[in-house]
Design a protein around this ligand. Structure first.
Ligand code: G
Ligand code: G
Ligand code: MN
Ligand code: NA
Length: 253
């Protein structure tokens, strides 16, 4: 109960922050997009990662104002970076499955885009396949609405859930984010063939691929050789607060 009050206060007192992690296009080497990652700067305690409070936010309904704040802030920040000379950056926002069920995401997206002046194609939503697990018809309807609005839809943490190829066929995501547990293993034979088959599957379904959790040059070489489109991970950059990201973007990317 104390944590619930604190989280409620966090929204009112502006203790939430977004960090941003770059995604690098492997063809050009340029930063093509950013993933917004939520943090709670708790007075006297420090920076709290989302895994420690999003489940509570979902149980209490606080995910609705939090999700709204995240989306509006990310869209406004993307527009500011576009105006500052990085006009092609795509901003990705995470939406959890429970949040997707609780919140009218298409309506919120329309409102955040209108308010920020960001064009829909520069907003990407990262969803996990569990959005399709319960009440699938409603989910598919909301996903179709989002497609019509024109935002990019990415399947996050691919390979960790109850992935089924039929899900992928039934609903066409634009992007597959290959979970970092696969990327971690690409320097072993089995790991490499698994990652290759995910890339091939994505290609055959006309989806682009993002490798998550890239930490080493060996992993990067593998991704280049196997024609993965985009990489994200500590090898290039950790998630950074907005001012540090501005500096990184300014420095010629
Ligand atoms: O940044 P970090 O690796 O700690 O993120 C941990 C998890 O929290 C990831 O699964 C990520 O998708 C999720 N997450 C990060 N930011 C948000 C957010 O703004 N909303 C939701 N729903 N999940 C987020
Ligand atoms: O589930 P999702 O993909 O949204 O989670 C992203 C999380 O992965 C973020 O919390 C981010 O901090 C973390 N992350 C990003 N890059 C790396 C990396 O190279 N290695 C590891 N271990 N985690 C990473
Ligand atoms: Mn994500
Ligand atoms: Na992920």
């Amino acid at each position: 109960a104390e944590l619930i009050n604190a989280l409620h206060q966090a929204i009112v007192q502006h203790e939430l922050e977004l960090y941003y992690q770059p995604k690098v296009d492997l063809g050009s080497g340029r930063v093509s997009g950013l993933e917004a990652l939520l943090r709670w700067r708790r007075p006297g305690i420090g920076l709290i990662p989302p895994d420690s409070f999003i489940p509570l936010a979902e149980e209490t309904g606080l995910i609705i104002p939090i999700g709204e704040w995240v989306l509006r802030t990310a869209c406004a920040q993307a527009k500011a970076w576009h105006d500052a000379g990085h006009p092609d950056l795509i901003m990705a926002v995470n939406v959890s499955a429970r949040q997707f069920r609780q919140q009218n995401v298409p309506q919120l997206v329309l409102s955040a885009l209108a308010e920020s002046g960001l064009a829909a194609r520069y907003l990407e939503l990262e969803l996990t396949e569990s959005v399709l697990m319960r009440d699938r018809e409603t989910a598919v309807k909301a996903l179709r609405q989002l497609k019509e609005i024109g935002v990019v839809l990415a399947l996050d943490d691919f390979g960790t859930g109850y992935s089924s190829l039929s899900y992928l066929k039934e609903f066409s995501f634009d992007v597959v984010k290959i979970d970092r547990s696969f990327i971690c293993d690409v320097t072993t034979d089995d790991g490499a063939s698994l990652a290759r088959s995910i890339i091939a599957m994505a290609e055959s379904l006309h989806m682009t691929t993002v490798a998550e959790g890239v930490e080493t040059e060996g992993q990067l070489n593998f991704l280049n050789t196997n024609r993965c489109d985009t990489m994200q991970g500590y090898y290039f950059s950790r998630p950074l607060p907005a001012n540090e990201m501005s500096a990184l973007l300014g420095a010629g990317t």
